[in-house]
Design a protein around this ligand. Structure first.
Ligand code: FAD
Length: 396
């Protein structure tokens, strides 16, 4: 047919917002829209630190895609993308092929291990529903194992690599979970050790120093040992080697230290930096008028020339502009330039504690923790309206 085909890869923050906006803005039969995702659900990464530590159920961090999109307007295909072929305008799935006139790549990031030996093999990372289920079960299993091998204190030692937002939020939950697991498995809480190892000279690099100090204080009181300015040299089956060849024996290493773009993108021939493509102000791939790249796979610079960090916040805003530009292209109208509007950042530190900057002000403690909830509820409202807020919001 002569109806243009739009294919969206990935139903993450960027892909879902693009799809929702297209479904609203396109007229009947103006375009065929297909959304491809490897699971039939969308997950809230901003909530994954809780199910990873076991302080919440993974069910509360996901929603079925059929509950979000109107399947009369958008074809949803549950499949895994295995190759993108820009020259042929085709996408190869594990079980078929799709051709497109316009492509939106929103496949999200992958953990970046910076070539640190053993990390990819022996560390776990918080990135999806499947990965957090594994982490949660793994942590609990260590307590069960320890009871049968009480000389193995490494079962009760937990190492989190990276003190960025993900690392800090996870550590807050992990520290909250420990007393509960100790009680459940009759383990002396003094035997549990939680280390947060970060190579940079401070936790949450770039964040307000006063809030960082407050946050580290809260976590230290919950029993976290910080090793800031200390690089992980190697990860082995028995733990990590840090700094000057010091070994921390641990059966649990969670890596949160970095993120890169999806490997399919460089394999498709796009020029990338750590897997991310420098896109135009219209969100297009270099020299393209029909391939949009958004979210963690895109690289954009602020007016001072520094790259924006990959966040759900920017991915969502890009999704909105991407949909606008797709509709404009189809109607031969001018494209819009993307400008990022920073609404602020809040990091939780476990139950009832958080730090954040929003509306140009600093927040900490309970107020910041409410703010975090408000942000998560706002997101549920944007993608799923009041029904989704009522179904999932109470758990946040
Ligand atoms: P994603 O949301 O990652 O979605 C990618 C989608 O593509 C997924 O559904 C995935 O299943 C699918 N997919 C991947 N590969 C394939 C394939 N080959 N075939 C088919 N489908 C595929 N940002 C914030 O702004 N605030 C926060 O508080 C915050 N907290 C975070 C906490 C954690 C634990 C993590 C990991 C990240 C956090 N982030 C936060 C960052 C944020 O999650 C990402 O920047 C955001 O998810 C990027 O959106 P995206 O659309 O690029 O991709």
């Amino acid at each position: 047919s002569s109806i243009p085909k739009i294919v969206i890869l990935g139903a993450g923050y960027g892909g879902v917002l693009t799809a929702l906006r297209l479904q609203k803005e396109l007229n009947y039969n103006e375009a065929d829209v297909t959304l491809v995702n490897k699971h039939d659900y969308h997950y809230f990464t901003t909530h994954l630190h809780m199910p990873a530590a076991g302080t919440d159920n993974p069910e509360n961090a996901r929603v079925n895609i059929s509950k979000l999109i109107d399947e009369f307007k958008i074809d949803f295909v549950k499949s895994t993308v295995v190759q993108i072929r820009p020259q042929d305008k085709k996408v190869i799935l594990e079980d078929g092929t799709l051709s497109y006139d316009y492509l939106v790549i929103g496949l999200g990031g992958e953990p970046e291990t910076f070539g640190i030996p053993g990390l990819a093999e022996h560390a776990m990372s918080i990135r999806s529903i499947n990965s957090v289920r594994l982490i949660r079960e793994h942590i609990e299993y260590q307590f069960a194992r320890y009871k049968l091998e009480p000389h193995r204190t490494d079962y009760l030692t937990f190492v989190v690599g990276g003190a960025g937002f993900t690392g800090i939020e996870f550590i807050g939950e992990l520290a909250d979970r420990m007393p509960l697991l100790c009680k459940q498995y009759d383990v002396d809480p003094n035997l549990v050790k939680i280390y947060n190892v970060e190579a940079a000279p401070s936790a949450l690099p770039g964040f307000d120093p006063e809030l960082v100090e407050y946050g580290m204080d809260v976590l230290a009181k919950k029993g976290v040992t910080f090793r800031i300015g200390t690089a992980i040299k190697e990860c082995t089956p028995s733990g990590v080697v840090v700094g000057d060849n010091e070994e921390i024996k641990s059966a649990t290493v969670i890596w949160t230290g970095g993120i890169r773009g999806n490997r399919l993108i460089e394999e498709a021939g796009f020029e990338t930096m750590r897997g991310r493509v420098k896109i135009s102000d219209h969100l297009l791939a270099p020299d393209s008028d029909h391939v949009y790249i958004i979210g963690d796979n895109s690289l954009m610079f602020n007016p001072e020339g520094r790259p924006y960090p990959p966040t759900a916040q920017i991915a969502m805003q890009q999704g909105v502009v991407c949909a606008h530009n797709l509709v404009a292209s189809i109607r031969n109208q001018p494209l819009k330039e993307f400008t990022f509007s920073n609404k602020g950042t809040v990091a939780s530190l476990g139950k009832g504690e958080a730090i954040g900057v929003a509306f140009g002000k600093k927040y900490k403690g309970r107020v910041a923790s409410w703010l975090k909830k408000a942000i998560d509820i706002r997101y549920l409202f944007i993608i799923g309206g009041i029904q989704l807020v009522l179904r999932k919001g109470k758990f946040l």
